[in-house]
Design a binder for this molecule. Structure first.
Ligand code: IVH
Length: 715
């Protein structure tokens, strides 16, 4: 029986089933107001409290599971299989043009055929196309474009996209329909993702489009949920829809809860269409997501029917694509960078040139094959482009301006830093310097990775200090850090006694860092933060990881052939094993700690948790509090001892804690508090589990294809 409703109000008694239903409705509505209307109706804290209550209730009532519950937004760790599904209506593409003249010819043709016409101009979103099917107002299926006739069923992943409504609002939506649009990765999500990938030694995505498409095909919807995708819809499809225009149909879809662009405009002639294009060619640069053109569509469905289709595309729509900004400049020199894995990246050094508002001096060349394909030579005049990519690239050479005495570029055969002969592994486009232990950028890169906040968090040290220590012969590998003495540091330039002491202290503290972060810090290729967590949860000790065979490694979640091979290579290396033994002797955590390392460290303390945390989910923190004798409370009150605050802490909770003078502690302070108060035992740090949220409700969507029109026109 439930008395507690919403947050802060009492309502009449209701059953748990009713409460689940109500929470789902409220959370869906809150999501809609937050993500679609940008006008939140509850605080983060209230939202989180309701979500947590719903998660608990759903866990207690598996019989009431619903694939469209708002709890599925966090994704599940069930491995996705992407069934191939036939589209009810083919997903056509658009005719493209880069030429305003061609666009004007198209407008003339349309006007000649149907007389006075109405056009809708829209942005052309640069993501990946998706088709959503709704039945009885609930999301049934999400399918990629595929070959236009059949696509992949990516429903579980799409359910995690906050702007995709799981259930619709209003009453006038068709009982069964498809709606199509674009899954996008906003620049902010893209930048964050690539920074993470680089830190994990994974190749970054070239542009947000590839990142969005790659993310939709992720095996785990939990990973998708974290990547911050967005979805804008631009086309309603179904049989006998009761609308007579595109504009009208999208207005209706907006009322049902879909995210429909607010940048659309109705235009009546060439001048208005040109003005829209001109405006957005510049204004799009300030948008938070990528666009690559404008789509011009005939508005009235009766006119569309009159115009019809070609084999591939409708005659009633056309895409005008913006030109990628280009500049011509001289290639002065090609230089080579060595990454921390030894990968060589050629870099084009250019005569500075203004491109898309910034001065460009360098461009990436990726690898030797690309240089050969462009027949690039030093001294050439080259075209530099900034398309969807962040880093400018060279797209061509102006051969007419090639100096008569130019010679083909010879790719280096030796490492520019340590002069070791370069190698090229089978199937890899890049060259590598194999001299891991004596090549400066590789050594420094590994140490800098090791000390990062998300790894060993040795915050007394920075990149410059690491270089200083290296130049002075004090560190040559990560294990050397643990032999450092304050006296050795204090005498170095720019370091005094105080900072020397800080460094030594933070190195000492790093021996408390939990095992999964140690595993990540080692810098094993492709073993990023998440993989390290999965490995730690599965094997529970470094010795077990080291002893695992290829087959055993692959049994751990998210570990495939590539990662398994990289782990095996790493531990097969004798020098790496020697470093591991020195780290073991230094006291680093090589084991995941007990699931419930019961202690009395938090006896008598009431702790409220709010926000998101680096190492543990809120559920895990809750379990830790209880395992150490403390109490976890949902709301801040005068009886609260501490507010454990993560990122994005709910503002209401924070305010209340401040008002009541309740001490606010960080994740680190919390761990330290347990470690300091534990008698005799080792410091606490519980489940080295990779799962950050737990939802078991994400059952596969209804597999049975409902009775649906196999043929039909779009409108
Ligand atoms: S309408 C039959 N509208 O461009 C026409 N497409 O080359 C269906 N796209 O596959 C598409 N923004 O992925 C339409 N506002 C927009 C669009 C858009 C991006 C993409 C879409 C489509 C491709 C066509």
């Amino acid at each position: 029986m439930y008395l507690w409703q919403g947050v802060g109000r009492y309502y009449p008694v209701m059953t748990e089933e009713q409460r689940i239903k109500e929470l789902r409705q409220r959370l869906n509505y809150c999501n809609y107001r937050y993500y679609i209307e940008n006008d939140p109706v509850v605080s983060d804290f209230e939202f989180d409290t309701m979500l947590r209550e719903l998660q608990d209730l759903e866990a207690a009532h598996p019989e009431l599971a619903d694939p469209n519950s708002p709890t599925v937004r966090v994704g599940s760790d069930v491995t996705n299989e992407f069934r191939s599904v036939q589209h009810a209506f083919p997903m056509l593409s658009l005719s493209n043009t880069y030429s305003l003249d061609e666009l004007h010819e198209w407008i003339d043709r349309v006007q000649k055929e149907i007389g006075e016409s109405e056009f809708v101009c829209e942005l052309k979103f640069d993501g990946t196309a998706i088709s959503l099917t709704y039945r009885h107002g609930a999301l049934l299926r999400a399918v990629t474009r595929g070959d236009g006739t059949r696509g992949d069923d990516v429903t579980e992943n799409v359910r995690t996209i906050r702007t995709v409504p799981l259930t619709l609002t209003g009453e006038d939506y068709p009982d069964f329909f498809e709606i199509r649009g674009e899954v996008l990765m906003p620049y902010a999500s893209f930048d964050r993702l690539n920074a993470e990938r680089e830190a994990n030694m994974e190749p970054p995505f070239a542009n947000p489009r590839n990142a969005a498409a790659g993310t939709l095909k992720q095996q785990s919807s939990q990973v998708v949920a974290r990547r911050g995708l967005d979805c804008t819809l631009y086309q309603l499809a179904g049989d006998n829809l009761p609308y007579d225009s595109h504009w009208g149909s999208l207005e209706a879809a907006r009322r049902w809860g879909f995210k429909i662009s607010d940048k659309m405009a109705i235009c009546h002639n060439t001048e208005q269409i040109d003005a829209y294009i001109n405006y957005w060619d510049t204004a799009r640069k300030a948008l938070p997501f990528p666009t690559d053109g404008v789509v011009i569509k005939v508005n009235r469905f009766s006119d569309r029917r009159a115009l019809g289709f070609t084999a591939k595309a409708p005659k009633w729509a056309v895409a005008y694509k913006f030109k990628a900004e280009q500049a011509l400049t001289r290639l002065l020199k090609v230089t080579y960078q060595v990454g921390r894995t030894g990968a060589i990246t050629p870099v084009a050094n250019l005569e500075p040139v203004l491109l898309a508002g910034t001065v460009v001096k360098r461009a990436t060349l990726h690898n030797a094959d690309q240089i050969a394909a462009l027949d690039l030579r030093e001294g050439d005049m080259v075209y530099v482009e900034k398309g969807g990519e962040i880093i400018p690239k060279i797209t061509g050479v102006d051969l007419a301006q090639r100096p008569a005495d130019s010679r083909p570029l010879e790719y280096i055969t030796e490492c520019p830093e340590c002069h070791s002969p370069l190698v090229r592994y089978e199937g890899e486009a890049k060259h590598y310097c194999p001299n891991q232990s004596h090549c400066r950028p590789q050594i420094l890169g590994r140490i800098i990775h090791f000390i990062r906040r998300k790894a060993m968090n040795i915050d007394g040290l920075g990149e410059e200090t690491v270089e200083l220590l290296f130049e002075n012969g004090l560190v040559g590998c990560i294990a050397d850090l643990y032999d450092l003495k304050a006296e050795q540091l204090a005498v170095l330039p720019r370091l005094g006694e105080k900072s020397a002491e800080n460094i030594i202290n933070s190195i000492r503290h790093s021996t408390e860092v939990p095992f999964h972060r140690v595993l990540f810090a080692l810098g094993i290729r492709f073993v990023g933060e998440t993989t390290a967590k999965y490995l730690a949860a599965h094997f529970r000790s470094l010795d077990a990881v080291m002893a695992a065979s290829r087959e055993e490694l692959i049994e751990a979640e998210e570990v495939g052939d590539k990662i398994a091979d990289s782990i095996l290579d790493y531990f097969a290396d004798e020098q790496n094993r020697a470093i591991i033994e020195r780290l073991r002797a230094a006291g680093l955590q090589f084991e995941a700690r007990q699931q419930t390392p019961a202690s009395e460290a938090l006896r008598g303390l009431s702790i409220v948790i709010s926000g998101t945390f680096r190492d543990h989910s809120r559920d895990e923190l809750k379990a830790m509090i209880e395992a150490h004798g403390g109490k976890n409370l949902a709301a801040v009150s005068a009886n609260t001892s501490y507010l454990l605050a993560g990122d994005k802490i709910g503002p209401a909770k924070l305010q209340k804690a401040q008002k009541l003078n309740i001490k606010i502690i960080s994740e680190e302070e919390f761990y330290r508090m347990i470690a300091d108060n534990m008698v005799g035992g080792t410091a606490s740090d519980t489940p080295a589990s990779g799962q950050t949220q737990h939802t078991d409700t994400a059952e596969a969507a209804d597999e049975n294809t409902p009775a649906q029109p196999q043929q039909g026109t779009l409108f």
